[in-house]
Ligand binder design. Sequence first.
Ligand code: 9MR
Length: 347
Amino acid sequence: MKRLFIMTALLLSVSCFTSTECGEESLRSIADKVGIYIGYASANSFWFLPDASKYTEVAKREFNILTPENQMKWDSIHPERDRYNFSYADRHVQFALENNMLVHGHTLVWHNQLPFWLSTQWTKDELLKVLEDHIKTVVSHFKGKVKIWDVVNEAVSDTGTYRQTIWYKTIGPEYIEKAFIWAREADPEAILIYNDYNIETINPKSNFTYQLIKELKENDVPIDGVGFQMHIDINGVNYESFRNNLKRFADLGLKIYITEMDVRIPKNATHQDLQKQAEIYAKIFEICLENPAVQAIQLWGFTDKYSWVPGFFTGYDHPLIFDRDYNPKPAYFAIKEVLKKRITQGN
Ligand code: 9MR
């Protein structure tokens, strides 16, 4: 009898060690205590996934903010010039609000995932009108529900110039300030940010972005924050440079968001790879928590099962903090440790 009791206790403690389903405090609960949001990109039509109940159970247990991964983009929400389709985006928002999560909207101006009807010749005035209509209609639709908007996404090229997009080529650089002004008009309470990748450390692209945002601020354009996407790999980033970069953007008076973090590692990862990945996640969280301008850290998904990475980077996989079976990975525990340490140190 005694042996049976010991065996059961042992089994329970082992499963508690690897799972979060037996009383361990969730990430969102610890993040709440720290005063930071922790989130994920919400998968396309997650309510239809074959494992939707598992997916939503983990999502609402662990996170307090979400970004629809694709279903607020132009091609999803604005399929024809005179027709909007909010049905998918509304489901993401509904899920978030029912579970006391914030919604981060993504994205009002981008050059990818545009609907077919946009790919024709426009005059500058026509395209300005199209953009104004889109931004005002979408932001008004979600007024009071989407608290943060990626207003302009990826407007800077990898070498640090304006990216040559339909918006830039037809309208010129002023499409950026116009987008922020229209978004502010449609929802004066929403936090409006510029979002991009490879601007986490100091480099030609982040220098250009810094200058661009500085000038927007100087011209009283309503921009509240910057989003660092943080799609990185097993080599991590230069942490000193990341820290200094956060500081210079924060010194402009901006709120900072980590918007799309993932850490891709080689396929068939070894235990060491997962360990290394955990260290990278931990280090990024640690540096973010040092800087009070950082408001939220969001991952681009949460289970490796639904990550965009294997489809885009040959030879890479496993970028997130839960494995394909929704088991928490070393990175999950490492992030928790960093957050917990922050509580004991006092915020
Ligand atoms: O994760 C998104 C993937 O499902 C889409 O196919 C892809 C299309 O461009 O966009 C991915 O999300 C991107 C995000 O919207 C902007 N930053 C880069 C993200 C990864 O490509």
